[in-house]
Design a protein around this ligand. Structure first.
Ligand code: GDD
Length: 336
């Protein structure tokens, strides 16, 4: 029997891939969007805009959230959030509203309007403390920026609702997930966009990055969409890590992308004096601007997704280089 799913934040990167996956599974897919007049370009790109129903939710008003939650969903996937660490440092109060107040309003709405609905809450590797070892669901919690603080609070709130009201709630601890649908506020899309511009236009100036020695565990968001959907199918609700398990620096991401685009990246200097040139031409590709540094950028964290592999039969399909190739192909076609 077709089931009815709601995705908050359906027009974002992961929401769009999740909508595509749920449609492939035969579900009826709805989503919330801040505005119905802006074109949801990711849904259009995936060719599914006409197959999903959008509900406007332009302010965090508990009454409106309760009204939407009362529409008989089997699943709610709560992805809508302020998801940029950099933005959360600039707008901490708005981040609390977007990530803590909003999540709480959805949890309360599910409890009151549709307690049989299964609820997925998107959390982040940012709530885990770096230890040097791959991190799992039991790893120690820590939060070193407003985004992480709010996601940790939303996760704890979800656990309180799960334990106190016997609701089916899952927290997904998502490590970095990227794709051709990523916004350039995030470093991978910024790198791909600017490198493609440099490859297309010989006169394009170099661009700036922050801490290129920062390490992240990168995956493709499409892989996570499958895991997120599967996480609400287990008999008992549990929390799951989604990650590739491999740590790479931002510099490594940059170097791989630059090489795929035909450059020969060569770095010189240290710290904020680092510069990358194309050794084939001497052209400067990137310089460092301390304005993009974070006050606290923790040591790299890799994730251990063993629980998702064992209990959900989940594993990532898209390798690191394939992720970069997809991002490059998409961006080059957009610049045509
Ligand atoms: N955004 C950005 N811009 N980051 C830069 C830049 C730059 O110019 N230069 C270096 N970086 C470094 C940041 O300091 C950070 O260490 C790393 O690149 C990744 O930054 P982001 O792409 O902004 O992502 P994030 O890791 O902070 O957060 C993403 O992943 C989390 C999961 O681990 C987001 O998707 C979060 O929503 C998500 O929870």
């Amino acid at each position: 029997m077709p089931q009815k799913a709601l995705i908050t934040g359906i027009t974002g990167q992961t929401g769009s891939f999740l909508a595509q996956h749920l449609l492939q599974l035969g579900h009826e897919v709805h989503g919330t969007s801040r505005s119905l007049t802006n074109e949801p370009w990711r849904l259009v790109h995936l060719g599914i805009r006409e197959r999903v129903t959008l509900h406007e939710l332009n302010a965090i008003v508990p009454g409106r959230i309760a009204e939407i939650a009362a529409q008989g969903y089997d699943y709610i996937f709560h992805l809508a959030a302020e998801s940029s660490v950099a933005n959360s440092l600039k707008h901490p109060t708005d981040t609390v509203t977007a990530n803590v107040v909003q999540t709480t309003a959805w949890l309360e709405a599910v409890k009151n309007q549709s307690p049989d609905c299964r609820f997925f809450n998107a959390v982040t590797s940012e709530v885990l403390a770096a230890t040097g070892d791959p991190l799992d669901e039991d790893s120690r919690r820590s939060a070193t920026n407003p985004y992480a603080v709010t996601k940790l609070a939303s996760m704890n709130m979800a656990l309180v609702f799960r334990d106190s009201f016997d609701l089916y709630i899952v927290n997904g601890l998502l490590f970095n997930h990227e794709s051709e649908l990523r916004d350039t506020r995030f470093v991978t899309a910024k790198i791909i966009y600017n490198l493609c511009l440099l490859a297309k236009e010989p006169s394009a100036p170099p661009f700036e990055l922050g801490n290129v020695l920062a390490e992240r565990d990168f995956s493709h968001a499409e892989d996570f969409a499958r895991g997120i959907a599967a996480s609400l199918q287990a008999e008992t609700p549990r929390d799951y890590i989604f990650a590739s398990g491999a740590l790479r620096t931002v510099k490594e991401f940059f170097d791989t992308a630059a090489t795929l685009l035909g450059f020969q990246p060569e770095w010189s200097g240290d710290g904020t004096d680092m510069v990358c040139q194309d050794s084939l031409t001497g052209r400067v590709l990137v310089t460092i601007n301390p304005a993009f540094y974070r006050p606290v950028d923790e040591p790299g964290k890799a994730g251990n997704a063993k629980r998702a592999c064992t209990h959900l039969n989940w594993e990532p399909n898209i390798a690191f280089e394939a992720l970069l190739r997809r991002m490059i192909t998409f961006q080059m076609s957009r610049l045509e």
